[in-house]
Design a protein around this ligand. Structure first.
Ligand code: FEO
Length: 389
């Protein structure tokens, strides 16, 4: 897609990555992604806000072919998908300076070998005039690395947020059109990238609220033309409120653990609880992360392998712990062959989760009456707690 003007003197200069299916060799991208760079032209100076992933550097450079002058390259975030093409831009514009937070400077040097002489740091709240447009820099650490910042341009009513409010969505629509579709992608993105930083994002939402921006322009996915929609969604996601939702990631080797999961979830559904079942052998972990955004309870289903949980369950539990969802309750169910330490090992994997651990239900071999009775009691315990949320 060719450069597109968003506002007078503000031009999208990004790249659409239709084919990318994995980020950080971890996160599934079912809908690809975009890397959004924005050229901001003032009457005196020109700034490029972010660049693109190095794999798509040539796309950005072709956009810049007719741009004679760039004075500043604003790096909101040192991660390579946004800053990886800065060296190429600096080569094309030998007088251009990189503007970034003080914490970003060493990261840009270490990750991208950008010389100190090309970098100028900006303080939180600092402003820089481009002429009739002003760049107002706001440090917002941890969305998504410690150096991240955003830029407000009050004259055009725009906030440039890099990863914050982004969505991994390859689309030719520059602006949000299908709101529910983008909100779904944004929720997935929040779950995978932002959820661990929920408590700081709460403060950032308060900080940007008075700006009353007309547009929020992230560096992944479409520009938000109704910023209140994404801000309200984020307010909901980062709040402490959880829903009457149970998430059940599980692995089953010979069927017994899945039988237990199904029995428990049927019982919970009969009580009106929303449930999400994820067979970890085949699931999209992004979907699992999304389900964890609002859930009150996680039920981990695992058989026992070499005395502990199945290795795939190890991975998913470690990931859930790293994502720090606002879960209130957790438990483990599953079948084992002759002995198990699955519960103890899983408990050791979730130090970040501030949860009450409910009585686990483990059975030797196939589940029988005693196991089903224990699962009935577990369903009742979950429902009782959810009713008091
Ligand atoms: Fe889109 Fe944290 O990089």
């Amino acid at each position: 897609m060719k450069p597109k003007t968003i506002r007078d003197g503000v031009v999208w200069m990004g790249a659409i990555d239709w084919n990318r299916r994995l980020f950080d060799s971890l996160i599934p991208l079912p809908d690809g992604t975009t890397y959004n760079a924005y050229l901001v032209k003032g009457s005196e100076k020109t700034a490029l806000l972010d660049t693109v992933d190095p794999a798509m550097k040539d796309v950005l450079m072709s956009h810049l072919a007719t741009v004679d002058r760039v004075d500043y390259v604003v790096s909101h975030h040192a991660e390579q998908d946004h800053s990886g093409s800065i060296p190429a831009v600096l080569e094309r514009y030998p007088d251009a300076k990189v503007l970034c937070s003080p914490k970003a400077k060493p990261l840009l040097s270490e990750h991208l070998e950008i010389g100190d002489n090309r970098i100028t740091t900006v303080e939180d709240g600092e402003t820089l005039s481009l002429g009739e447009k002003t760049l107002h820099f706001l440090h917002m650490p941890w969305v998504h690395w410690p150096e991240t910042m955003v830029t407000h341009i009050p004259e055009v009513g725009m906030l440039f947020t890099c990863d914050l409010f982004g969505s991994h969505l390859a689309t030719s629509s520059l602006c949000v059109g299908d709101e529910p579709h983008v909100c779904e992608a944004a929720k997935r993105y929040y779950a995978e990238i932002m959820m661990p930083f929920r408590s700081v994002i709460k403060k950032y939402l308060e900080r940007i609220a008075p700006f009353d921006c007309e547009l929020i322009a992230p560096s992944h996915g479409p520009v938000h033309t109704n910023p209140k929609c994404i801000q309200s969604a984020y307010s909901d996601w980062v709040s402490d409120a959880v829903k009457d939702v149970v998430v059940a990631p599980f692995v089953s080797m010979h069927g017994s653990t899945e039988t237990m999961v199904d029995y428990l979830l049927e019982s919970l559904m009969d009580k009106g609880t929303e449930v999400h079942k994820f067979d970890l052998a085949v699931t999209d972990i992004g979907k699992l992360a999304m389900a964890l955004v609002d859930a009150a309870t996680i039920v981990i289903g695992t058989p026992t392998v070499y005395g502990g949980p199945h290795p795939t369950v190890f991975f998913a539990t470690h990931l859930a712990n790293a994502l720090r969802p606002k879960l209130k309750y957790a438990t483990v169910i599953g079948s084992y062959g002759w002995g198990t330490k699955a519960v103890e090992q899983i408990a050791g994997l979730i130090p970040n989760l501030d949860v009450e651990v409910l009585d686990p239900v483990l059975c030797k071999g196939r589940p029988g009456e005693q196991t089903y009775g224990a699962l009935d009691r577990l369903a009742e315990a979950i429902k009782t707690r959810h009713d008091s949320l």
